[in-house]
Design a protein around this ligand. Structure first.
Ligand SMILES: Nc1ncnc2c1ncn2[C@@H]1O[C@H](COP(=O)(O)OP(=O)(O)OP(=O)(O)O)[C@@H](O)[C@H]1O
Length: 530
């Protein structure tokens, strides 16, 4: 059985009275169009007229629009409102999951497709589209990546496939090859195909119908086949009109300031909302539990992997040494004060190491190191359209990405903090023994643990407070890292900015958490109390 046998289902897409406004620019006004089942339809138009926005509307990828893009009217697939997870999208950037092999990319799509996915094996699908199965995804050539992106979409087996600028940036010969690949795919798998492009020349030969997105009429205008040869003449004046409009400056300083203030309020209210939705996202509602668990493992490795553990152990080692060594070294009038204060100093050190120093230091380091790693990972996925790709396979990023990130931080923050604590504690012991040869480990143990009388055989007093502030710190760091990663990314500089923002806000957040906790936590504590 070939893949074609299973994938004959296809869809009719309709655009009804659709109006789209981007910023202040009206792109479409009550536009109508239909894309017939099993046909290849091109949407052409000059640069910047709204083709990509239209494609996102058909794919149901409206989450990233924000306030900047507003739309009214309907886009339907087989009579139902278009939602993400229905139409497959072959993105211009391909949006492959580089951390997965080509076979795993296909298996992921099949798992997300569930009952309606292609029943052809991942290896067969790859062979049919001539994609090497054993080369890492990130090492594939441009053409192989494109074929893998198509293969992955076919494995999910959606009723329609949208191609976003499939020939952009290619020379005419390669452009024709891509057009042939799309035509072959269409012949074999019979999907309704919509191609959004400004490259009319390469793709016209494979089209059944062509719409022009006319920026003056703000309509999708179908061009009769006899008129196709005249499309280039029609597009040229439209392109110059679009350029002229784009050159008009329309935002003054006051408006820019107002936008910034508005965005500040939005960011604050979004943060509150994020905390609330974060609690809901703790539930692992995964479309495919196997791939959800893999995502959890991915983020667990990122947050609590060997380098993170070593990093925290190093911090424990340094803080254990520094606090113990310098506390006794710089004691004023040592000969008189030390015999009097030694026991109490050890108690204070033991108490502060467990309840204050190490938790604060660890949470700051985790917020900076692990928060930055997660934002960079999510930011890269957002910039490379992998987050959109997840949506087109019917996954909600809040569950597929945020849930594993939350759990990785809820597990990782205490784990890493305890690694740092035990390192600090034993470093402190060794430092004390080396600098106080007259006292043994028993003595150190007796007094340094005096303020932490045991709560159970393994846990010390104040464990409840400690774990609470670690979990609150980890939870907030996860939300901040995820939200910054998911903010719109138009360039790699946006990814870097979001990483910096996570380091800033997550470290500040954990400091505030520890400060607020300390207001209540130590209220009834008698320092050095027995
Ligand atoms: N997030 C956004 N915020 C504000 N304006 C946007 C946003 N995204 C797109 N636009 C504007 O909407 C218009 C249409 O953008 P779109 O990317 O859909 O054009 P396009 O026809 O696909 O162009 P191209 O062929 O160059 O890719 C452009 O003027 C663009 O600047």
């Amino acid at each position: 059985m070939t893949t074609a046998d299973k994938t004959s289902s296809n869809a009719r897409i309709e655009v009804k009275d659709l109006s789209v406004i981007a910023g202040k620019k009206v792109l479409l006004e009550n536009a109508n169009a239909s894309f017939d089942a099993g046909q290849i339809t091109l949407i052409v138009g000059p640069s910047g007229v709204g083709k990509s926005i239209l494609m996102r509307l058909i794919a149901g990828l409206t989450d990233g629009f924000g306030d900047a893009i507003q739309y009214m009217g309907d886009v339907t697939i087989n009579g139902k409102q278009a939602r993400s997870g229905e139409a497959g999208v072959v993105f211009q950037s391909f949006a492959l999951f580089d951390e997965l092999s080509p076979v795993e990319n296909i298996r992921f799509a099949k798992a997300c497709g569930g009952a309606h996915a292609s029943d052809v094996s991942a290896k067969e699908i790859l062979a049919e589209l001539n994609v090497p199965a054993n080369v890492p995804t990130s090492r594939l050539s441009g053409g192989q990546r494109q074929r893998l992106a198509i293969a992955r979409t076919l494995a999910y087996n959606p009723p329609a496939i949208l191609y976003d600028e499939p020939t952009s940036g290619l020379d005419p010969f390669t452009g024709q090859q891509v057009a042939k690949l799309i035509a072959d795919t269409h012949t074999r798998f019979g999907k309704t195909s919509v191609i959004v492009t400004h490259d009319y020349h390469s793709l016209m030969p494979i089209a059944d119908r062509i719409y022009v997105l006319d920026p003056q009429l703000k309509q999708l205008v179908e061009v009769e086949r006899e008129q196709w040869a005249t499309i280039p003449e029609k597009l040229a004046p439209m392109a110059s009109k679009v350029r002229a409009e784009e050159e008009t400056p329309d935002v003054n300083t006051l408006e820019r300031l107002a936008t910034k203030v508005k965005s500040l309020f939005e960011t604050t209210s979004n943060a509150m909302l994020a905390l609330l939705t974060g609690v809901l996202s703790l539930l692992p509602v995964w479309k495919s539990p196997t791939w959800g668990l893999r995502s959890l493992l991915h983020f667990l490795r990122m947050v609590t992997g060997p380098t993170a553990i070593l990093y925290l152990i190093a911090s424990g080692f340094i803080s254990g040494f520094v606090t113990t060594y310098f506390t006794f070294k710089f004691l004023p009038f040592t000969d008189y004060t030390k015999p009097l204060l030694l026991e109490d100093l050890l108690t204070a050190l033991g108490f502060a190491t467990y309840r204050i120093f190490v938790p604060v230091l660890s949470c700051v380091l985790i917020a900076a190191r692990c928060g930055a790693a997660v934002t960079s990972d999510i930011g890269g996925r957002q910039y490379g359209n992998q987050v959109d790709a997840l949506r087109t396979f019917g996954n909600r990023p809040n569950f597929f990405l945020l849930t594993p990130i939350l759990w990785a931080f809820l597990i990782g923050t205490p784990l890493l903090t305890f690694a740092a604590y035990y390192t600090a504690r034993y470093t402190s012991l060794v430092t004390f023994l080396a600098t106080h040869p007259g006292h043994g480990a028993e003595y150190w143990h007796q007094y340094s643990m005096r303020g932490l009388e045991q709560w159970s055989s393994y846990l010390y007093k104040g464990f409840g407070w400690l774990i609470a502030k670690l979990l609150v710190s980890g939870f907030g760091t996860a939300i901040i890292a995820y939200r910054n990663g998911m903010s719109p990314k138009y360039s790699s500089a946006d990814v870097s900015r979001s990483v910096t923002s996570t380091i800033l806000w997550a470290t500040l957040y954990v400091l505030v958490v520890h400060f607020v906790f300390s207001m209540f936590e130590f209220e009834n504590i008698v320092p050095g109390g027995k």
